[in-house]
Design a protein around this ligand. Structure first.
Ligand code: DSN
Length: 405
């Protein structure tokens, strides 16, 4: 194979991101400081172990970085224990299950097609292969989590772990209720707040911290940090088990360049600017929901309590796959997604998932949401018209450009 110019490809991807209306709810723009930390000399260092107990010399600055990041995580989420080494959300969840359960034990999480995550026990994930997975789902009428069914199943199956958390569910999760069910059946309650971490950290969503034994979150979604994860807990014994499962159980050397980026991110997340940012995410999501309604799109549950919306395309001429491809041709990035009780295949589902964290980082407000909805309607009306999609793509570039200046 001939030489590949990876630096050039990275530059082009940077440009592509700047010219795109980025509506994938799990994506964001990390600030320059985080990008610099990721590309710093911290990437050269091995630091197996934890601060003060390493297996390599030369940890003066590394220990300061990791200790400060742990302290910032504890302070932001108001917990006594934090592990900041998991490489990302999936390994973090795996480490927690490994610490709290044994292979073959029963775990319960929101099923993927109801808006849960692969690592909450889906059969394609090791979490569904190593553990006995009993998923819970949604009430077919309200499309909200069916807490009564969750309770009934928990009583019947007596799981070792009940996982709360979402990746494509637009409504508030009642962590308090799930915590109560978990306590009643003797299960650990693990809350995965990856998608809603910023809302939780700044009290714009019910906080799972008082109701869960362990809380996990990625650091690169709403928190706008590098890819990575936090594992937060209340109990010293559980925290010790988690640390041992992360290292040496699952991982080797922590990625200290990432951990420094996470520390920087957590420091930002406690500022007034970040509070303004997450409030704006909520306002933008509601405004986008209204604007999409006005443009004739149907939304699962009619709207959102968080940062994401799920479009129900069953009455539309395009499915989620065709619409997301057409939108991408017009520089609007979204992702196809199943809707609850979808009878279409995951490759061509009846839904589309959109969210506002990235466009809010760009500086967009409620006033910009009708324009986004209008552009999306234009694409949905002309999904096969290459010329029209190109024109819309140019309009999108002009729109994003205004926010980069
Ligand atoms: N892939 C992430 C998402 O898009 O929701 C979750 O891991």
């Amino acid at each position: 194979m001939s030489n590949v110019d990876f630096l050039d490809l990275a530059r082009k991807e940077h440009e592509r991101q700047e010219q795109t209306l980025r509506l994938i709810p799990s994506e964001n723009y990390a600030p320059d400081a985080v990008l610099h930390l990721l590309g710093s000399a911290l990437t050269n260092k091995y630091s197996e172990g934890y601060p003060g107990k390493r297996y390599y010399e030369g940890q003066t600055y590394i220990d300061r970085i990791e200790t400060a990041t742990i302290e910032l995580a504890k302070e932001l989420f108001e917990v006594p224990y934090a592990n900041v080494q998991a490489y990302s959300g999936s390994p973090a969840n795996m480490a927690v299950y490994g610490a709290l359960a044994s292979p073959g034990d029963t775990i319960m999480g929101l099923s993927l097609d109801a808006g849960g995550h692969l690592t909450h026990g889906h059969h394609a994930s090791l979490t569904g292969k190593w553990f006995q997975s009993v998923p819970y789902g949604l009430d077919p009428e309200t499309l909200h989590i069916d807490y009564e069914d969750l309770e009934r199943q928990a009583r019947e199956h007596r799981p070792q772990i009940i996982i709360s958390g979402i990746s494509a569910y637009p409504r508030e999760v009642d962590f308090e209720r799930i915590g109560r069910i978990a306590r009643e059946v003797g299960a650990y309650h693990v809350a995965d707040v990856s998608h809603i971490s910023g809302l939780v950290a700044r009290d714009l969503h019910q906080n799972p911290v008082p109701h869960a034994d362990v809380i996990t979150t990625t650091t690169h979604k709403m928190l706008r940090g590098p890819r990575g994860a936090l594992i937060l807990s209340h109990d010293e014994e559980i925290a010790k088990r988690i640390n041992k499962t992360v290292f040496p159980g699952l991982q080797g050397g922590p990625h200290m360049n990432n951990i420094a980026g996470i520390g920087y991110t957590l420091q930002q997340a406690r500022t007034d600017d970040f509070l303004t940012y997450v409030k704006q995410i909520r306002a933008n999501t509601d405004a986008l929901a209204d604007a999409l309604h006005t443009e004739g799109f149907n939304l699962v549950t009619g709207g959102s309590d968080n940062h994401l919306l799920l479009l129900d395309l069953r009455e539309s001429e395009v499915d989620g796959a065709r619409l997301s491809e057409a939108l991408m041709k017009a520089n609007i990035s979204t992702n196809k997604n199943s809707i609850p009780f979808d009878d279409a295949s995951p490759a061509h589902p009846n839904g589309l998932r959109v969210g506002t964290p990235a466009v809010t980082t760009l500086g967009m407000t409620e006033d910009d949401m009708p324009e986004i909805a209008r552009l999306m309607r234009d694409v949905a009306t002309h999904p096969q018209d290459a010329h029209r999609l190109e024109q819309i793509g140019e309009e999108v570039k002009m729109m994003t450009q205004q926010f980069l200046e």
